[in-house]
Design a protein around this ligand. Structure first.
Ligand code: BT5
Length: 325
């Protein structure tokens, strides 16, 4: 059962910026008018700006910038992604919560967001530094009707949606380093993607896509080893950025690309990915398990594999590994 407070926020939010009378609110929520007034005072303490006019009622003028289940949904322009939001101020990792929710109730489109992760994780159990209030730390639960071997395409799709978001909102020119990093021409990384999968042999049960984007960090917010490789939107532009709006823009961008991908296949993603791909046409170093070798990076194959020309001149497809230069 939803709390009275949340129902109140939703009623006011649905009404956009129009007034809604205290009488109507008290009837809909089944509470007295003075209880409505007390709730309004509590909301104001949380940063909601509310206008109250006699004979007309109440209306929201603005929402607090801080992230919450309600503020993420206010003005969100998606059809299915983020229609359910789980928010934590502090958690170990949003991936862990998302796995638990997906196991219990599936929840295609549910997102989990945290202000801070104390054990944020990258690939291969590496650490992902996720300080309080400075970034977008989010996991999306998806149930794509796909065989498991196509799941890596979703990482590439996410990278495109994230890159488009950064480019559109900040005017920066981000690049994608195969398969999961977003960086700039200075080779500093501002975002990473972690795709985790629960699957049967030929069917995905669910995918959790974790996205970490550094937004308002300063260089000395990170330990030294991370400082060497990391950057944030604030460092690149010299400006603070509103996290809530970035989350909303990203969700819209992801949803429309995902819908297009489901209708038309990977080609729509591939073309966009290649327009942002880092070092296409250059010599790169490929690391797979304990083997390192050089090759020319050609681009993506039609299925999303990394297409390279090895030193013997043969073209190969790679499905895993890491690249460097
Ligand atoms: C990634 O791993 O880039 C995937 C990161 C995914 C993070 C999200 S946040 C929401 C969700 N919940 C989680 O717990 N995780 C996901 P990988 O390619 O393995 O990169 C990890 C490496 O990046 C580390 O070994 C560090 O060197 C570096 N690193 C750590 N924190 C960083 C940061 N905030 N910014 C840039 N680089 C960082």
């Amino acid at each position: 059962m939803e709390s009275t407070r949340n129902q109140l926020i939703q009623l006011l939010a649905k009404n956009n910026e129009e007034y809604i009378s205290g009488q109507v609110l008290s009837e809909k929520l089944n509470i007295s008018r003075s209880a409505v007034w007390k709730h309004m005072k509590e909301l104001e303490k949380d940063g909601y700006v509310i206008e109250a006019k006699s004979k007309r009622g109440y209306r929201f003028v603005s929402y607090p910038e801080k992230i919450s289940e309600n503020t993420v949904q206010w003005g969100l322009q998606t059809n299915w992604l983020g229609q359910k939001v789980i928010h934590r101020e502090v958690t170990s990792s949003t991936q862990i919560i998302a796995h638990k929710v997906a196991k219990e109730q599936k929840g295609h489109g549910t997102i989990v967001i945290a202000d801070e992760q104390v054990s944020g994780r990258g690939r291969m159990n590496r650490n992902w530094h996720s300080k309080k209030g400075d970034g977008m730390w989010m996991s999306m639960i998806l149930q794509p009707p796909l065989p498991p071997y196509l799941a890596p395409q979703l990482t590439l799709l996410t990278a495109v949606a994230l890159t488009e978001t950064i480019e559109k909102l900040t005017g920066l020119t981000p690049r994608i380093k195969w398969p999961n990093d977003i960086l700039f021409d200075n080779e500093k990384k501002c975002a990473g993607i972690l795709t985790e999968l629960q699957a049967e042999q030929d069917k995905i049960q669910y995918v959790i896509i974790g996205v970490g984007l550094n937004i308002n960090q300063q260089k000395n917010d990170w330990p030294e080893d991370v400082q060497k490789r990391a950057t944030s939107l604030q460092i690149e532009t010299g400006k603070q950025w509103p996290i809530r709006e970035i989350i909303q823009y990203f969700l819209s961008s992801f949803e429309s690309l995902y819908d297009e991908y489901m209708k038309q296949g990977f080609l729509a993603v591939k073309t966009k990915w290649e327009s942002y791909g880092f070092k296409i046409g250059d010599w790169i170093t490929i690391r797979q398990l304990d083997k390192t070798r050089q090759a020319v990076f050609y681009g993506l194959a039609d299925d999303g594999a990394l297409l390279i020309k090895n030193e013997a001149g043969d073209v190969e497809r790679l499905y895993s590994g890491e690249i460097d230069w």
